[in-house]
Design a binder for this molecule. Structure first.
Ligand code: F6R
Length: 643
């Protein structure tokens, strides 16, 4: 949702406009409806800007045909409209009255009406319907009062309310500034040049070393010198973070879509999520220097697991034994697919740790009256780490002295800064397709690792729990996902039969119920087909009314989960002529199934991961047949940074 890219090259050999354009292309996945670039023209010491509604291609056509953007400094933006329609005019950058200042902004300026009123009285002219334009005039106003550029930026930042990441280009002094209060901003320096962006994906091709701005910090850059100051005006020393994502991860690498590539990356993502975190028992504990020895996936896994007792060690989690022992419940907050991963994690926590788990939507939690206690462990699950509703809910929990932990995919994102008890990184690598796939399955695995970690301290002994079977199944999971991916063509054939259907119902029970929700969400998001997920046992309490010979019903059937009950639900649908499609880990003895997709068996707690994969492929192939924009579905944004 909105994206900023900026470049300050110390020579004009490199066209800053083209660097920024390329960066914006890497940010496209965030979701947007217009775009623009402002660059410094050294011939007249002025700012030139180009803005276009619609896809980035509209802007790049303009730039590549008519305007080479020969310049060493540029800032660019992709906008997801909040205040004002997605027109050329409302697209960023916005200029002040003199045209000396250009700004791009992510977030919302909540007090813009008040600020605008004052600035109008001071004679400023506004030409857009946006809240963001006020920023350019506010800085201009302070400069007119005689303040320096940096002091004007600082005073403006202190005056604005809401959430904002802002990049500012100031032509008279050839300077750029970047302000963070809420949405992310990442800086990188290479060969005297400065690159900055809303996330690391456009920076990876230049360097793997970045600086994350924190809230209430401002970066100033001019002629190779970077200064970072707090809103209070104090110089801040920043650490450089090393990113181990490589640039190829933000390319399609031969796949037709990022979503397809990300579905196929899941075996390695799952491996990355657990491989260094399953360790010999005598190597865990609070002893940070203990050597972590993980399972060797090339040797006989069963033998390795039998020989030693394995446990879970989570490197960035700061929950202590005392925190876990005093915890009376685990509360999850998340949105969308991450909410479904939370439902699954809650199920696992209750089963494995014997602790009550409560799962809330971020948007409901923040305005609800949920009584947070200091004995709660509150877990935020988020791919992006930028979801405003989730982050606000966690801030609230933090204010009530809860222990806050996150499961997140993006290093250095906002949620990781909020989490006072640390992070479990999903290690899925950049997820570019708007519809979450690999991040979702990695979240489930990390939810399980969290449950195993908690269980190590709270000592709960679930009935029939055999850790060696579970650990073995974790290690074998990547191969089992591979096996499902090899069935891609079969799933495509099923998709071919049903892609014209206007409605779908997805049914599952227990730990697979959230997967029914996720399967339906994936289909809705990328194919625009109406689909509903429901607990199979609830069907007869209402949804059964919509069953007729035109309704495909996707059943998630598992041999280790109330299979006979779900089979009865299948019979109920059959009796009403509904079309039955099954995904199952066994051969159910049922007649009249239209299409059956078989997947490998695994432990109950891992089964959601295996059931999610064919549903992702099913949605993908239906969308492909319908010809929708799979990686950037209409109206959706990858990072939902506003309420
Ligand atoms: C679905 C999807 C969204 C996100 C939701 C939360 O495919 O991607 O529903 O899951 O917007 O986003 P994060 O996980 O970034 O907090």
């Amino acid at each position: 949702m909105c994206g900023i890219m900026g470049f300050y090259g110390i020579s004009e050999e490199e066209s800053a406009g083209l660097v920024v354009l390329k960066g914006l292309q890497n940010l496209e996945y965030r979701g947007y409806d217009s775009s623009g670039i402002a660059y410094y023209n050294s011939l007249n010491n002025k700012i030139e800007s180009i803005k276009r509604s619609g896809k980035l291609a509209n802007l790049s056509k303009e730039i590549l045909c008519g305007n080479p953007l020969k310049s060493g400094i540029a800032i660019g933006h992709i906008r997801w409209a909040t205040h004002g329609k997605p027109t050329n005019e409302n697209a960023h950058p916005h200029l002040d009255c003199t045209g000396n200042i250009a700004i791009v902004h992510n977030g919302i300026i909540e007090n813009y009406i008040k600020l605008k009123g004052r600035l109008l009285k001071n004679g400023h002219k506004f030409i857009t319907d946006t809240d963001s334009e006020v920023i350019a005039h506010l800085i201009e106003d302070y400069i007119l009062q005689g303040f320096s550029f940096s002091e004007s930026v600082r005073r403006s930042a202190l005056e604005m309310k809401g959430s904002f990441a802002v990049a500012i280009l100031y032509a008279p002094e050839k300077r750029v500034a970047a302000v963070k209060y809420g949405p992310p901003l990442v800086l990188a320096q290479k060969g005297g040049n400065l690159y900055f962006a809303s996330d690391i994906s456009p920076l990876l091709e230049y360097t793997g070393e970045v600086i994350y701005l924190k809230n209430s910090e401002i970066a100033y850059f001019n002629d190779g010198v970077l200064d970072i100051l707090s809103f209070g005006g104090k110089k801040v020393k920043k650490k450089v973070a090393k990113i181990n994502w490589d640039a190829s991860k933000v390319a399609k690498s031969g796949f037709s879509h990022f979503m397809q590539k990300e579905i196929y990356e899941q075996p390695s993502c799952i491996l990355d999520a657990f491989s260094s975190r399953i360790v010999f028992e005598n190597n865990i504990g609070d002893n940070k220097s203990s050597k972590i020895v993980s399972i060797d996936k090339n040797k006989n896994i069963a033998q390795q697991l039998a020989a030693k007792k394995f446990k879970v060690a989570l490197e960035d989690l700061r929950l202590t034994k005392k925190d876990v022992e005093s915890a009376q419940r685990i509360v999850f907050v998340a949105c969308g697919s991450s909410y479904y991963a939370s439902l699954i994690s809650g199920y696992i926590i209750e089963s494995l740790c014997g602790l009550p788990a409560i799962v809330h939507y971020g948007s409901e939690f923040r305005y609800g009256s949920f009584p947070v206690k200091n004995t709660d462990i509150v877990v935020g699950i988020s791919q992006s780490g930028e979801t405003a509703d989730t982050n606000s809910a966690l801030e609230l929990a933090l204010a009530k002295k809860a222990k806050v932990v996150s499961i997140c995919n993006v290093p250095g994102s906002q949620i990781t800064a909020i989490s006072n008890k640390g992070v479990i990184y999903t290690h899925a690598g950049p997820e570019i397709g708007v519809a979450s796939t690999k991040a979702f399955t990695s979240q489930i695995l990390c939810g399980l690792l969290l449950a195993l970690f908690i269980r190590q301290y709270n000592g709960f002994l679930p009935l029939g729990y055999d850790p060696s079977v579970l650990f073995k199944d974790i290690v074998e999971l990547p191969q089992k996902i591979e096996k499902i991916l090899l069935e891609g063509e079969k799933i495509r054939d099923v998709a071919k039969k049903y892609y014209k259907s206007p409605n779908f119902l997805y049914l599952g029970r227990g730990i697979l119920y959230p997967i029914a929700l996720e399967g339906a969400l994936k289909l809705k998001e990328i194919s625009y087909i109406h689909a509903e997920g429901y607990p199979a046992g609830e069907m007869k309490h209402g949804p059964i009314a919509i069953i007729d010979e035109n309704m495909p019903v996707m059943f998630l059937l598992s041999n280790n989960l109330l299979s006979s009950k779900t089979v009865s639900n299948i019979e109920e649908i059959k009796a009403r002529d509904g079309i039955i499609i099954t995904i199952s880990d066994y051969e159910p003895d049922i007649e009249g199934i239209s299409d059956a997709i078989k997947i490998p068996e695994t432990s109950l707690f891992l089964s959601p991961i295996l059931y999610a994969v064919p549903l992702q492929l099913f949605a993908y192939h239906i969308a492909l047949l319908k010809g929708t924009d799979i990686d950037q579905p209409r109206n959706l944004a990858k990072s939902v940074t506003v309420e």
